[in-house]
Design a protein around this ligand. Structure first.
Ligand code: NAP
Length: 433
């Protein structure tokens, strides 16, 4: 049978799996999915919060895709280290970039390189057991933590730092992170936005959850909340913003002030300096006003003493030879980087939307492939396997992942869904069994 073009997808997160699924529905291509970790699923495994197990159920759908005849998973293969993009483009008709945005956007202010300042990708990776960050060892021996940013990642971080051990029993947070958080004296976590509650990017379900934590109350100054929304928004956006404002108003009226921990919302404050000698001691903000969507400085300052600062201000891609980056995404036109070279997910459009937003990216790429190629011209998988052998690389298969998965599930304590394997070496040892 004549095959459709050979395809390799770099990255096995939601972007990678939705495009793989979309291709299987329209084309009889061989589709290989490469990931630098021995395990698949990218941000679903190590970005989605460990206490949000329902969100991780999407893995069942990706598993169905991975088990289709056409698909093969090659884990523990890193593009930029083991293979170049050029090598892949030489052996496959179609190369699809689905690597996401792995790095933190840097907060460009004085003191941001002090000890005790972390980006959200590192900190979230740490409490999610990502092999790159298990040794991050953030010092949580502080009463106050400041989280910068008003998106859902900031909300995830303040929630994880504020939950009781009982609230985490059904999570897959690694023991070291759970222990460090539980033993820490953290009493107050500040979540600071440079703009206001109307402009905040968090979604209502995530925001609302902060109002029902067992030992933590959100705090907010009611004066920070506008009585009405006077900017031009669509009806839909207005409804969403009004919901958030209502939730924040409810927070300001919470009667149970006796809870030990607090999450303090501060709006309209722009970080200007992180203060400390070797490590962070405080962070200084300037109060700002919004005028015609622009931040205007007021000359009023505020300092918060804290031993830990986490920036949750967005992401940027790792630079790999073979593509150009512009505005923190790969230079592309509607998903096309070049002939036979496409992008999906955050690396294509930036860190926006929900998991299912990736579906549309995938469908777009199938149309591009169908327009540009008729049949397979490069043998893809056959060459990939030969080169893996010749380079003496150890690639993991989906069956290997299933061994790791069942080992993690078997080792789980009490109500936890799994006990994550934390090192690549240990994962590869399990694969050998
Ligand atoms: P985000 O939603 O874009 O939020 C980033 C925040 O950082 C914004 O408040 C932004 O403020 C602020 N910021 C940017 N640069 C700054 C600077 N220099 N100084 C101070 N503040 C700065 O990004 P995210 O929270 O990383 O989330 C990424 C995506 O993942 C989003 O689509 C999010 O919804 C999704 N996500 C979803 C969930 C969930 O559904 N449970 C969980 C986690 C993540 P401005 O608005 O002023 O730029």
């Amino acid at each position: 049978m004549i095959k459709d073009p050979s395809v390799v997808i770099i990255g096995s997160g939601p972007g990678g799996f939705y495009v793989a699924e979309a291709i299987t529905k329209k084309l009889n291509s061989d589709i290989d999915i490469i990931d630098r970790l021995p395990t698949p699923f990218g941000l679903i495994r190590s970005g989605v919060a460990p206490d949000h197990q329902n969100t991780k159920k999407i893995i069942a759908r990706y598993t169905n895709t991975a088990k289709k005849e056409q698909i093969r998973f090659f884990g523990n293969i890193e593009i930029g280290r083991d293979f170049s993009i050029e090598e892949l483009r030489n052996i496959y008709d179609v190369v699809i970039l689905a690597t996401g945005l792995e790095l933190d956007k840097k907060l460009e202010i004085k003191g941001s390189d002090l000890k005790g300042v972390f980006g959200s990708a590192e900190f979230v990776g740490w409490y999610n057991g990502h092999p790159d960050y298990v040794n991050l060892d953030p010092n949580l021996n502080t009463n106050n933590v400041v989280v910068i940013g008003n998106g859902n990642v900031a909300i995830d971080i303040v929630r994880i730092l504020s939950k009781t051990p009982q609230e985490m029993t059904e999570s897959d947070i690694p023991d070291y992170a759970l222990k460090a958080i539980n033993q820490s004296p953290i009493k107050k976590t500040y979540i600071v936005g440079r703009r206001g509650p109307v402009q905040a990017k968090f979604t209502n379900v995530e925001l609302r959850e902060l109002g029902s934590l067992k030992n933590c109350n959100p705090e907010i100054n009611i004066k920070d909340l506008p009585k009405e929304i006077d900017e031009n928004f669509s009806d839909r956006d207005k409804r969403l913003i009004e919901k958030n404002l209502e939730t924040l108003r409810n927070f300001s009226m919470l009667s149970n002030k006796s809870k030990e921990k607090k999450i303090n919302f501060i709006f309209f404050h722009k970080p200007i300096e992180i203060i400390g000698d070797e490590k962070v001691n405080a962070i200084k903000f300037e109060k700002v006003q919004l005028e015609n969507s622009q931040l205007k400085e007021t000359g009023e300052f505020m300092t918060i003493n804290c031993g830990l600062v986490i920036t949750a201000i967005g992401h940027q891609p790792k630079q790999i030879q073979g593509f150009e980056v512009s505005n923190s995404v790969v230079k592309n036109s509607n998903g096309k980087i070049d002939r036979g070279f496409y992008a999906v997910g955050w690396i294509k459009r930036g860190p926006t939307g929900v998991i299912a937003t990736n579906k549309a990216d995938g469908e777009l790429v199938v149309d591009l492939i169908s327009k540009e190629f008729k049949t397979q011209t490069k043998d893809g998988r056959k060459s990939l396997i030969e080169i893996i052998k010749s380079k003496n690389l150890t690639a993991t298969s989906f069956e290997d992942w299933e061994k790791i998965d069942s080992c993690e599930k078997k080792n789980a304590m009490d109500l936890a869904p799994r006990k994550k394997i934390l090192s690549i070496k240990e994962m590869l040892n399990i694969c050998k069994i």
